[in-house]
Design a binder for this molecule. Sequence first.
Ligand code: SAH
Length: 354
Amino acid sequence: MTTSGEPPAALADSFRRLIRAHGPISLMQFMGESNAHYYSRREPFGEAGDFITAPEISQMFGELIGLWLADMWIRAGRTEPAHYVELGPGRGTLARDATRAMKRYGFEPRRHLVEGSVALRSEQLKQVPEAQFHDDLSSVPMEGPVLLVANEFLDALPVRQLVMTDHGWREVMIGLDGEDRFIEVPGQVPMDSAVPEARRDAPPGTVIETCPGAAATLFEVAGRLVKQGGAALFIDYGYATSRNGSSVQAVRAHRKVDWLAEPGVADISAHVDFAQCAAVAQSRGARWLGTSEQGAFLKALGIDARAETLASTAPQHREALMAARDRLTSPSEMGSLFKVLALTAPDWPDGAGF
Ligand code: SAH
């Protein structure tokens, strides 16, 4: 499916009607509804789409993730039944490659895909015919270890922004200017109590971004690991220590675009605050193995050797394989910006790459 030739901007019109009738809506609502719309009716991935994710760059990515999860399960004692759980599986490529690699190590967990989009579920089913689908984690079985991965899932969850004004902290809302364009405006309601005391005293214009959906996800996954055993990898672009400022952006057809211009048409995302994610998971009792850069993680798992093996069996693809390896690991590409956060149950072993 191509991404050109959009139908009329129904979502933008409905936002405009809502704002005219009731005043500005929160940035969080704007982002949440835009992305629900975006993923429900588009095939955003790959060359013909809006962006390319790591599993779509090379099968090596999914294979190494599968290897990491299988290794954890084996060293933790091979408890059955075990569950492979993926959050936001996109086209299903990572699930397919990871489960194929696991099988080579004698690990054949049940496959659970947590996906909100009906359109994407049918794509995923083609890659993983045994998949069971879930709207959220709550229906994933409560018994047996969980081996979970989420790649570029957290960055799609809506963020809330608070801005320091001359009158104190306010939520960032979306209103309309004189020409009916969406603009950011400070809300009417004082929000000082929502800002941690240590960060409250800041110059006007300071923006604090939080992602309640990411915090809720980490809390729930950590709870599952503590109760059922298991390990989890969250891979995304973001920062290792919390910082101020807005990180909201939109991408369409591989270009950055104005995220306010066409809600539901471009993919809106935000950087993930990995320090916050680790703190939430630890508060629930899970063990945080660390947050590595994607490049270092894949190197530790042997991506160089894997690329060589694949190139020796298919010499005509050598150049493409090495280019894919570089794209995934080089600091000037995905290697440093993307991070891998690993969690385990308290009594599970250490993992490679941390
Ligand atoms: N992991 C894939 C896709 C990343 S795009 C890859 O790496 O290629 C984000 C994915 O998360 C999509 O599958 C999208 O439909 C899903 N998603 C976004 N918000 C969601 C939500 N609130 N609940 C469940 N899935 C969601």
